[in-house]
Design a protein around this ligand. Structure first.
Ligand SMILES: C[S@@+](CC[C@H](N)C(=O)[O-])C[C@H]1O[C@@H](n2cnc3c(N)ncnc32)[C@H](O)[C@@H]1O
Length: 219
């Protein structure tokens, strides 16, 4: 799906099916649980979602915040220039989500309470991931969350069952398996936090059903 030669209609179909897989695998649940803890006693949220894809996580956050009377300013940034139009088209403008194209590093100066991402970390090289972790630590006022996959034999075995049942796009079927194989285990995350110089910070590594492994930091 990262192939820049992919035509926009195919890319849109892939993002749509990825969002369906996200829904079936409760991808938003750990992020919303983290936000519930992060927002205790707060009524305003300025949040950055790195690598928003079709924007489904930001829509879930917007609805979650609205239900709780939280004034949310939600920004998404994605490197792929095709994501912005696709996410906008899938989003009710009343949700007020600000979708941008580019690298997250160029937006950090804007100031965020919380920085989140989902299914992004395992796409990064070692140095990119270390820089990402340090950037989130430095630029989030309240905390940050990496929501990613847990590399697990069972996840690898069950993913094709789910995507066959959902008749997901072949690129989603293929890339999903590659993503599971590239994702991390808890001990590997500890090493990555060490490499980023964050081993002293109170960072939690949390497993959530089914096969999500999240790395969270709350101040
Ligand atoms: C697998 S998709 C995940 C999309 C969505 N978050 C989801 O959970 O379905 C990873 C996305 O991260 C984006 N991405 C990767 N590195 C990025 C960076 N440095 N800044 C912004 N976006 C990035 C890619 O363009 C891609 O759309």
């Amino acid at each position: 799906m990262d192939d820049p030669g992919l035509d926009p209609a195919t890319y849109a179909a892939v993002l749509k099916d990825l969002a369906r897989v996200n829904r079936w695998t409760f991808a938003a649940r750990p992020t919303l649980s983290f936000l519930a803890r992060a927002m205790r006693g707060r009524t305003k949220l300025r949040l950055l979602d790195v690598g928003f894809g079709q924007g489904d996580m930001l829509r879930a956050v917007a609805r979650w915040a609205r239900k709780r009377g939280i004034e949310a300013h939600l920004v998404g940034v994605d490197l792929n220039p095709m994501s912005e139009a696709i996410a906008r088209a899938a989003t009710d403008p009343a949700l007020g989500i600000d979708y941008r194209t580019g690298d997250y590093a160029d937006l950090l100066g804007d100031g965020y309470d919380v920085i989140i991402s989902s299914l992004v970390a395992h796409h990064m090289s070692e140095p990119q991931l270390a820089a990402f972790l340090r950037a989130m630590e430095q630029h989030s006022r309240v905390g940050w969350l990496v929501n990613d996959l847990h590399r697990h034999r069972l996840a690898y075995a069950l993913f094709p069952v789910l995507t066959t049942m959902l008749r997901a796009h072949p690129i989603v079927r293929h890339d999903g398996l590659v993503s599971i194989a590239r994702s991390f285990r808890p001990a590997e995350w500890r090493a990555k936090l060490d490499t980023a110089g964050l081993s002293c910070s109170p960072v939690r590594i949390v497993r959530t059903f089914p096969f999500r492994l999240c790395v969270e930091r709350l101040r």
